[in-house]
Design a protein around this ligand. Sequence first.
Ligand code: GAR
Length: 209
Amino acid sequence: RKRVVVLISGRGSNMQALIAATMDPSFPGQIVGVIANKPDAPGLETARRHDIAAIPVDQKAYDSREAHEAAVLDALAELDPDIVCLAGYMRLLSATFVQRYAGRLINIHPSLLPLFPGLETHERALAAGMRIHGCTVHFVTERMDEGPIIAQAAIAVEAGDTPDTLSERLLRAEHRLYPHALKLILDGTVRMTNGRAVVESRRRLSEEP
Ligand code: GAR
């Protein structure tokens, strides 16, 4: 099975959804480690409970963003991942990092990208009067929240929704979407080619006589 490392900053509920999916032996990958930029990230404890290496790389212990990132890259190299999943990792990655794992680095974002990159996506979806909202798993490129889209899920915006009710309902969709998207990458159904997410099965279909 392929080796997956998850990067988190906090709660880690998406990480937990990935762990749950990978506990099925037929899933094409296993989580070999979780790295957090904050030592008190609750998700680290969750990972430990599942006997997964949980590695804090405290950003406060480093003088610069570059030094911290170099330490994260070292921790990653030890774990030797095939795929790196960002799951609520709230720190921008440098071009060096992104290039090092190009095509093998994915992120979940709580909006239907390219709408609402950045923070406070639920507030902004409501303010825009959206009738649907959603989440996106995408390849990470050098521009924040902009990489090629692997998979998306949409939910309805209900009358009376607040940012809290919306984010809570969307989180449940995230937990279904992320394992699905990871599987698409691990089994080779989707890959990044020339900066685009290519769906293998469709390609094969179109190549048929
Ligand atoms: C999730 O909603 C995720 O989509 C979001 O942070 C939350 C993390 O929750 N990510 C971003 O906003 C990235 N820009 P979790 O720690 O419980 O998975």
